[in-house]
Design a binder for this molecule. Structure first.
Ligand code: AMP
Length: 585
């Protein structure tokens, strides 16, 4: 088969929501996309209204909105109407306690129905929804809830006791804690969510929100400093909706499975909002990856559109095409992937083992929604992320020393991927960090921090990150957060953290540690440090490997040169060493 290009036949394009990319890119306007939504009176807009109430009002209340499959295979179904009623109850739970517009509601939950109800109920109440990944340990949770001024937390009793209770008193803003799976003897100051909801009526008037009102707070990481809270507004629904239509080709009769966890942006934009605004049925699986289980879900639920990630695809490849062959996947009409580089082999494997290519697309927490995509109607070039969404201006640029930005027009020349701001789901701020936010923009461009190339047909190709953040199993990890946790151990004088290549997860986190006087490297200490990091950070963020070093390479101004450590570790050229401290050379 042709590895360079998977050609789409006319029948592949037939009926695609985006049937003619070039024509659409010429005529598209965001106003047209906005007109597909209801809005609220007087120019208002509310994500929860668009996701649920609009469907119920259009007579689709009896259709299945959400099917949550438990670890034990127990299924909990919600029609649009039932989801609406549950959301209303949750809205009342908040409103009764004086939680109002702009207040931050955090969740720390597995993929259980309460997470989806809390997300939409929070938005309907005009409050701000901020999801935390349930595999985070206490440190990342505390940092994010502190930065985000958390007022409400929804979590399980087990998570609460293990990850929150030990530091809970340090967070003065936190006023309400609701627990799922609440025992008869709940922790002090916490409320049983089920009881609170049972006590509330199932009607609730959407709190009026302006399109620019804050709706979602998603945390992401940079090379240095604390996690950054990317602020998204209700207007983002316009982007979630249209990208679902164009890039995922979503229609009301689709059964859609997004395997991303709502603790990350994909799991909210496409794991909650977009499929619902498009009137589809959303499948949620609480369990972790398991090849057979995943194929069984695809078959049994008759999934028609599947949005997953390269690490998962590589794990399916590892499990072998033989397993796939045992299942009836004939309902699957579109497969898409996001979050990390999708190797061309994986795209081709999709065709060979599942009968269809994976359609790679690119975006990030800050962009709020898909920006670059292999659309259903376009030929797929394995290894390429596709072309920009209609309405999104993209370019490859170079930052100049005088602070300006120069566009690189020559094809297949590497530079920084940049976007022209102005799409609805773009972040509006990094919460409390105006300077960091402003640094993302120059000369009318939003600079993504990714390196990429564009070919002569306008397809974009990922090259790498311009900074030191790590992508492991699709999760973005800031090295600084990991280093800080290691430094809290009494034996650690200095720590540096890098991403090392991993054939399945893309990268894994590796730490280098210099010990304080009086401590000697040993296997026991290595294990202790790994355990310390895992306990504080959680398994999603903690290093998988730790190496001891006498010294860590530093610039003259004292900054640890992670890139040099990485180059040495991988046997790559060490690059420019002019800023390296002399004794380190
Ligand atoms: P996050 O903000 O956690 O969603 O991570 C966004 C980052 O993931 C991007 O800036 C890229 O570095 C990476 N990423 C997302 N999608 C792709 C893709 N299709 N190919 C390569 N890298 C990707």
């Amino acid at each position: 088969m042709d590895w360079q290009r998977i050609r789409k036949r006319p029948e592949d394009r037939l009926g695609a929501n985006l049937a003619d990319y070039d024509a659409c890119a010429r005529t598209f306007s965001w106003a047209q996309a906005r007109a597909l939504l209801d809005g609220l009176p007087n120019g208002g807009l509310n994500i929860a209204h668009e996701a649920v109430d609009r469907q119920v009002a259009a007579g689709n209340g009896v259709r299945l909105a959400l099917r949550c499959i438990g670890r034990d295979d127990r299924v909990r179904d919600f029609t649009y109407e039932a989801l609406g009623a549950a959301i209303n109850k949750f809205g009342n739970v908040l409103a009764r306690r004086g939680v109002s517009k702009g207040d931050r509601v955090f969740t720390l939950l597995g993929r259980v129905p309460e997470l989806y109800i809390a997300a939409l109920g929070t938005l309907k109440n005009g409050s701000v929804f901020s999801p935390l990944f349930s595999a985070f340990g206490p440190e990342p949770i505390k940092a994010r809830m502190t930065i985000g001024d958390a007022k409400v937390l929804i979590t399980s009793e087990a998570f609460y006791r293990r990850k929150i209770e030990p530091w809970r008193k340090e967070l003065a803003t936190l006023q309400h804690i609701f627990l799922t799976d609440c025992s008869n003897n709940p922790p002090e100051g916490a409320t049983d969510l089920a009881a609170a909801m049972a006590d509330c009526p199932d009607s609730f008037e959407t709190i009026w929100t302006a399109p620019e009102d804050m709706a979602l707070l998603h945390f992401t990481s940079g090379t240095t400093g604390r996690p950054k809270g990317a602020v998204h507004v209700h207007e983002a629904a316009v982007g979630h909706h249209i990208t679902g239509r164009f890039a995922l080709d979503l229609r009301p009769d689709d059964v859609f499975w997004c395997t991303a966890d709502p603790g990350w942006v994909t799991g909210v934009s496409y794991g909650i909002i977009s499929p619902l605004t498009n009137g589809a049925t959303l499948i949620v699986d609480q369990a972790d990856f398991d090849a057979e289980r995943w194929y069984r879900i695809l078959e049994r639920e008759k999934v028609s559109v599947w949005y997953t990630a390269p690490t998962a695809i590589r794990m399916l490849m590892k499990a072998g095409a033989g397993i796939a062959g045992r299942f009836d996947l004939s309902h699957l009409r579109l497969m898409a992937s996001v979050g990390e580089p999708l190797n061309p082999e994986a795209v081709v494997w999709g065709v060979e083992a599942l009968g269809k290519p994976f359609h790679d697309n690119w975006w990030q927490t800050e962009t709020g929604g898909i920006m670059i995509s292999n659309f259903r109607s376009m030929d797929v070039k394995p290894g390429s992320m596709g072309r920009p969404l209609p309405g999104v201006g993209a370019g490859i640029v170079e930052r100049c020393e005088d602070g300006t930005v120069r566009e690189i027009v020559a094809p297949m020349t590497s530079g920084e991927l940049a976007l022209r701001p102005g799409w609805p789901s773009m972040m509006r701020a990094y919460l409390h960090e105006d300077q960091r936010y402003r640094k993302c923009f120059a000369d009318g461009w939003y600079l993504t921090g990714d390196l990429a190339m564009r070919d002569d047909e306008g397809y974009y190709w990922f090259v790498g990150r311009a900074d030191d953040v790590i992508k492991s199993a699709g999760h973005l990890i800031g090295p600084f957060e990991v280093e800080s946790a290691l430094m809290e151990h009494p034996a650690v004088a200095e720590a540096a953290v890098i991403g090392m290549p991993d054939p399945t997860a893309g990268e894994f986190v590796k730490a280098f540690v210099a010990l304080k006087g009086g401590f000697e490297p040993s296997d026991a200490l290595r294990k202790e440090l790994l355990g310390h990091a895992r306990q504080r950070l959680g398994p999603a963020v903690a290093p998988k490997d730790i190496a001891f070093r006498q010294n860590l390479p530093k610039t003259r101004s004292g900054k640890i040169m992670r890139r040099l450590l990485k180059a040495r570790e991988l046997g790559l050229p060490e690059g420019d060493l002019s800023t390296l401290e002399s004794e380190e050379r």
